[in-house]
Design a protein around this ligand. Sequence first.
Ligand code: IPE
Ligand code: IPE
Ligand code: MG
Length: 235
Amino acid sequence: MDNINELKIPRHIAIILDGNGRWAKKRFLPRAMGHKAGCETLEKTVEDCARLGVEYLTVYGFSTENWKRSEEEVSALMQLFRFYMKKLVGVANENNVKVKMIGDKSRFSQDIIEGIDFLVESTKNNTGMVFIFAVNYGSRDEIRRAVAKIVENKEITANDITEELIASYLDTNGIPDPDLLIRTSGEFRISNYLLWQIAYSEVYITDTLWPDFDKAELLKAIESYNKRERRFGGR
Ligand code: IPE
Ligand code: IPE
Ligand code: MG
């Protein structure tokens, strides 16, 4: 590994955590146990990123399409949200991390909505890394909601529609685009994540299943990012 002090740390890392189910299957465990292990990995990753000096970390926790899963799995995931959101308050405050949520929380039950609001509210004065948790998030749904809000604003005319205006109506308003997108479990797809925002992100895919992801894996992704030549369409 390169000297870690010489590594350029991406300002914003986005993660598609994937492979919890396969991790559990390999161990003959129920899928929920894979999700539980995945929550532990998430906690550690938030800490690792904050300590490395990452400014923004965005993690895909539950997609607008994940409601299609069995009732048993969805309800296990909701139980884990309830528990880990409370735990995250401590992890975030210990690491000076400010938590934000993106996605449409209105579909969650009232107690989960309150849990989300509490987590955001009780970390809002932290000045370190911003951890953005994408729950009931789908990029097409985010764009749909943004367009609806733009149309509702009677003061906006066609001439006002700039890329900046569109970006300001997305859930990620004010957050710079991700520099590095990591997906675990070897799947080469985006699964409706941050479609607008990852236009020029560098992509890193690892075969490691999310519950096995750790600081060494994170550093491998950052090392790979350091070898990229970003061109943004220029020369
Ligand atoms: C990612 O793991 C967690 C969520 C999508 C909520 P999966 O549950 O998708 O795990 P695999 O892809 O079935 O292994
Ligand atoms: C993407 O993983 C969604 C999250 C990580 C929350 P999925 O496992 O749902 O994606 P697909 O089904 O493999 O595309
Ligand atoms: Mg999956």
